[in-house]
Structure formats: structure tokens, C-alpha cells
Unconditional design. Structure first.
Lengths: 315, 304
């Protein structure tokens, strides 16, 4: 996908050059308007990815005892093999998969339920509810993770003390609870954002259709399930796509929580693994390979989600 | 509420009249109204309480933070906390806030403009290879940001621009999703006839963009800029990787450093909390004041 991207880009640039040499307003002015974007796009995305691909095929090798200067040599796919054979990297992928399995249904289900409630004829103060539900999205990931880290810490946490007064002792930061605890932070951050998208899509559902259903005797719940839901499938699939891509970005929350608990290791998720490779293990070539693997994973997943949702929408 | 009307219905004699059926319907409606709004309130409480906790916690000193109820007030220490935040390390917090403001505003204004120009071109001009160009933009949308951060760092170190503002300012100009949004906005807000009329009157494409297209797309520009502002303000991994100099850090990374201090030294905790609160105030204000824009941005983003 990355190579596809670069060849597509090279081809595009070539045709842009052709356009520029042609007379007529269309191509030449378009090039003028598009050049700034494709310039920063090349600098900030294409070139770094290409350079990382190159780096990922090399390794710094030290002579026998580790003395003397490191030599750079071509190692082919060696770095990729090392990354994929690393127990901590594979463990991180597994953890990320588990995170997706819990997070996506919770967040999507919550957002859908809230949007449908908001869209129900009897809902009051919709503007206020929308603003409040969107509030967490105005809180940066770092701060969200910090707030929840305190809300999980015994002694400060109101949740822990309420549970304790009910006779339940739960450590949100231990090995078993840490994953659900981080899922909760992400759910908190992203549900409201998606509620607004779904609510806007629901508002576009024709009121006449809903009125007709009501005349035919369908209640609110029936109408929500068999009329509203199918009509907002396109919006749901867009959200699904961005959610899947978003989960692969997981880095900020576990890094921040990791300072408050030992349950989060320095290689807890793939992004942290790559960061650790670059800045703690000082193996830039391996870090490059890990980044490329993450990008490829994103490509495969978003392709799968798009395929799946276009089939859903057709059906 | 609903329970007070229900028993009366059961008490009435079994002869069902039209008015009674209406009553039953109304009471069911009442129950529905109550349930729906109660669920909405519960959902909002989940969203709001953590932020409210931050507000209350920022008014406490270390002892009260650990000693009083989470939603109870202790000795009023808010001003002391603010003074501690602003005074720490010679006022570095304000520097971090100013840096965040600068990076985010730069990305919003210029990155937004670059995206708007590109989206406008995709919508209004005809040129060869348009679809493959736009395909490249969409690929950019789908690549997770964090996957490109390390590659950017690796490349930036070749050019020796790590630990300089350029390592932040160049990436924040790149916003493929903004291009996608801008194309939607251009199609919705800028009628082709207006541009045609301008061309007949002799205005060049650049002039008609700045005097007609851009003003018409202004709501879209504000929306794209708002999202870019928030995105840059919230960005954590990019500055964490790129910057070492404390004076260049944005507030997100700065606060996380303080949090690191607060683990062995709990007396840092009120500062972390109060600093966190101060750092989200600009965003909260922007969101409350610009409600119209983020709502339109979210709806435009989900249409095909």
C-alpha cells in the first residue's frame, strides 16, 4: 500500500507536469492550487515513509565484541522478521486486538444508543445534551488519561471509594483491569464525537417516512430499529472506518497511565514498541520496520472495513 | 412521575372510554419521556463528571486532595495552585501554553488554507488524473498519524531539524482530511455559475478564489481550522518524539513531564491537576463559542 501510494503519487506528479505544460485554465490553475498541499504531503507523509522503508532494510552491525565503529549493512527483511518474532511486539498486537474487540462495540453501541435517544421525539434540551456529550472531545488525550489515572487511583478516586463502601475492592490499574480501564478512557473520549455525527445523520431521516410508520402503528423503538438504523448505515460505516484506524493510534493513553502503574510496560502496544525501539533501545532500523508494519496493518484493516461496509450498504 | 399516574388508571372501572384510552396513551408517553431523558442525563453525567472532578480537584491542596471527598470542597487553594503552576521553573508553563497556541494557530490558519485551496481545486477545476490525485489524498486520510511520527522523526534527523520548531510546523500543515472536507464544502457553498460570471467579467482564477470562493467557503474554512487547531493542541506523540528542549514543548508534553514528577513527589499533584485544567480552558471556550462549526464539520465528514 505504501509502495502503491508512492507510485500513485509519482504518476500523479508526472501528469501534473504534463498539465502545467498544456495551455488552458483547468490543469495549470489546478496545479497552482494543489502544489502547496502536495508539497507538505510529500514532506510530511510520503518522504518519511519512503525513507523508513529504505532504513528498514539496513542494520547497524558492530564487530564481534561490540568495540569499534558500527557498520551499516543491507539485511533485507531481517528487521521485519525480528520485529514479528519479538514476543513483546506480537503481544502488543494481541493486546491491541483485544482492545479493539472491547472498545469498538462499547463505543459504537453507546454512541448509537445515545444518538437514537437524542433523536427520539420526546427528548428535551437537545442542544445542551449535544454540547455536554461532546465535552470530552475538547479534552486532549493526555489530560483525559491524567484525569482517569486519578479517578482510578485509590485514595483520590471517588469510584474506588464508592465501590469500597459497597464492599467491593477493585484495582483499576492491576494487570487484569488495565485493559478495560484504558478502553473506558477511549470510550469516554470518542463516544460524544460520534454521537454528534450519528445524530446529524438521524436528523436527515425524512420525517414523513417516520410519520407514516407511526400511522401504521410502529412505536418509537420499532421505528428506530427498522427505519432509522438502516438509513444511517452509511454514517455508521464511516465511523467504523475511522474508529478502526483510530485504535491503531493507541499511544497517548497507555503512555500516560504507564507512569502511574507498572501494569503498562514500555512496549505495551505496537506504537509504544516502536517508540521504545527508537529511543530506549536505539535501534532506528527496527523502529522503522515496526512503523511500516503498523502502517501496513492500517492499510489492510481500512481496506477490509471499506469492503465490508460497501457490501453492507448494498445489501 | 409516571408511577403517580399509572395506579389511577388501574383504579378506574373497567368500562373503557375514548378518554381513558387517551389517558393510557398519554401516561405511556409520559413514561417514555421520563426514561429517554433520564438515560440522556445519565449518559451526560458520565461525560461531564470527570471534567467536573478536574475543576473541583484544582481547588484543593495536596492534603485535601487525598483527605476530602472527590466532589467536596476543601480549603480553597485554587489561587495558590495557579500561582504554583505559573511560578514553577521560572514560568515555563506559560511558555508551554504560548507554544501550543502558536503551533495550533499556525496549523489551523495555514494548514487550513492549504487544505481549502486543494479541496476547492478538486471540486471546481477539471484536470487529468484528478481521481488518482484524490485517491492519494484519501490514502493519506487512512494512514494513522502515529504510524508516520517515527518515520518523520527519522527523516527530520537527517535534515537536522529535530528539536526545532520546524519539526512541528511542517507536519501540522498536512491535513488530508481537511482537503476531503473542503471539497464537500466547496461543492455545497460555491455555485459554479458565480465563478463563471466572474470569469466572464475577466477575473483570473486566483482572484476569484480569494474574492469569491474563499469568502463563500468561510464557514468551511473555520470548521477545518477548528479541527486542525484541536488536533495540533492535542497532539502528544509528535512533539514528544521531536522536541527535547523544554522551552519548545507544547503544554500536552509539558504536563506529562510534571505528571512523571508527581509519582515520586505527591506535592506535585495539585500542580498537574491545575495545569491540566488551565490547558483545556482555551479549547472548552473555542468549542462552546464555535458550536455551529464543529457540528457542521462532523456532518460534512460523514457524507459520501
Amino acid at each position: 500500500m505504501v509502495t502503491q501510494e508512492t507510485t500513485a503519487n509519482a504518476g500523479a506528479r508526472q501528469s501534473a507536469r504534463k498539465q502545467r505544460s498544456m495551455s488552458g485554465t483547468g490543469g495549470r490553475t489546478a496545479a497552482l492550487f494543489l502544489t502547496p498541499f502536495f508539497a507538505v504531503f510529500t514532506l510530511a507523509m510520503v518522504a518519511p515513509v519512503v525513507y523508513s522503508i529504505v532504513l528498514s532494510f539496513f542494520a547497524q552491525q558492530k564487530s564481534g565484541l561490540g568495540f569499534g565503529e558500527a557498520k551499516t549493512s543491507f539485511v533485507g527483511l531481517e528487521n521485519y522478521l525480528q520485529v514479528l518474532q519479538s514476543e513483546s511486539f506480537v503481544g502488543g498486537i494481541g493486546r491491541l486486538a483485544l482492545y479493539c474487540l472491547i472498545y469498538i462495540p462499547c463505543m459504537m453501541g453507546g454512541a448509537l444508543a445515545f444518538a437514537l435517544l437524542l433523536d427520539a421525539g420526546v427528548a428535551r434540551a437537545r442542544k445542551l445534551f449535544q454540547l455536554l456529550v461532546f465535552l470530552p472531545h475538547a479534552v486532549p488525550g493526555v489530560i483525559a488519561a491524567l484525569i482517569w489515572a486519578y479517578l482510578y487511583t485509590p485514595g483520590v478516586s471517588p469510584i474506588v471509594s464508592v465501590l469500597e463502601s459497597g464492599g467491593i475492592s477493585l484495582n483499576f490499574l492491576d494487570n487484569h483491569m488495565i485493559l478495560p480501564s484504558i478502553v473506558n478512557i477511549s470510550v469516554w473520549e470518542w463516544t460524544g464525537y460520534n454521537v454528534i455525527i450519528l445524530f446529524t445523520a438521524l436528523q436527515a431521516v425524512s420525517r414523513e417516512v417516520l410519520e407514516a410508520a407511526r400511522v401504521d402503528g410502529a412505536g418509537e423503538i420499532r421505528a428506530a430499529i427498522s427505519i432509522k438504523l438502516p438509513l444511517i448505515l452509511p454514517a455508521l460505516s464511516v465511523i467504523m472506518l475511522f474508529t478502526v484506524i483510530g485504535t491503531l493510534q493507541l499511544f497517548t493513553e497507555p503512555s500516560i497511565i504507564g507512569k502511574a502503574t507498572a501494569s503498562v510496560t514500555s512496549t505495551w502496544v505496537p506504537n509504544m514498541w516502536a517508540y521504545d525501539a527508537a529511543f530506549n533501545r536505539h535501534n532506528l532500523n527496527q523502529a522503522a520496520a515496526a512503523s511500516i508494519i503498523i502502517a501496513l496493518l492500517a492499510a489492510v484493516l481500512s481496506w477490509a472495513v471499506t469492503r465490508f461496509s460497501s457490501r453492507m450498504n448494498k445489501a | 412521575m409516571s408511577t403517580s399516574t399509572m395506579p389511577r388508571q388501574h383504579a378506574t372501572p373497567p368500562q373503557t372510554t375514548a378518554s381513558e384510552r387517551r389517558n393510557a396513551k398519554r401516561s405511556r408517553r409520559f413514561t417514555g419521556t421520563f426514561t429517554v431523558n433520564a438515560l440522556l442525563v445519565i449518559g451526560c453525567a458520565y461525560m461531564v463528571l470527570p471534567v467536573l472532578w478536574l475543576f473541583i480537584a484544582s481547588t484543593k491542596n495536596t492534603a485535601d486532595l487525598y483527605g476530602t471527598g472527590a466532589y467536596a470542597f476543601g480549603q480553597p487553594a485554587f489561587l495558590d495552585n495557579v500561582a504554583a503552576v505559573l511560578g514553577q521553573d521560572g514560568g515555563v508553563f506559560l511558555r508551554w501554553m504560548a507554544n501550543s497556541m502558536f503551533y495550533a494557530a499556525f496549523g489551523a490558519v495555514f494548514g487550513g488554507l492549504i487544505s481549502v485551496m486543494a479541496g476547492y481545486a478538486f471540486d471546481k477545476f477539471q484536470f487529468r488524473g484528478k481521481d488518482s490525485f484524490f485517491g492519494v489524498v484519501l490514502v493519506g486520510v487512512l494512514i494513522p498519524n502515529t504510524a508516520t511520527v517515527l518515520p518523520m522523526y527519522l527523516l527530520a534527523s537527517v535534515f537536522g531539524i529535530t528539536n526545532t520548531v520546524w519539526a512541528i510546523l511542517i507536519p501540522v500543515l498536512c491535513n488530508p482530511f481537511g482537503v476531503y472536507l473542503a471539497r464537500v464544502y466547496s461543492a455545497a457553498y460555491v455555485p459554479g455559475e458565480t465563478l463563471e460570471a466572474a470569469r466572464v467579467d475577466g477575473a483570473g482564477p486566483i482572484r476569484s478564489f480569494f474574492s469569491l470562493g474563499l469568502p463563500m467557503m468561510m464557514p468551511g474554512y473555520v470548521t477545518i481550522a477548528l479541527f486542525q487547531f484541536v488536533g495540533v493542541w492535542n497532539n502528544f506523540m509528535l512533539p514528544l518524539v521531536m522536541l527535547q528542549d523544554q522551552k519548545l514543548l507544547p503544554v500536552s508534553v509539558g504536563i506529562s513531564i510534571w505528571q512523571g514528577y508527581s509519582v515520586p513527589q505527591p506535592e506535585f499533584t495539585p500542580m498537574v491537576i491545575t495545569g491540566s485544567l488551565l490547558s483545556i480552558v482555551p479549547l472548552l471556550l473555542a468549542f462552546v463559542m464555535l458550536q455551529r462549526f464543529w457540528k457542521s464539520g462532523l456532518s460534512a465528514g460523514s457524507v459520501k
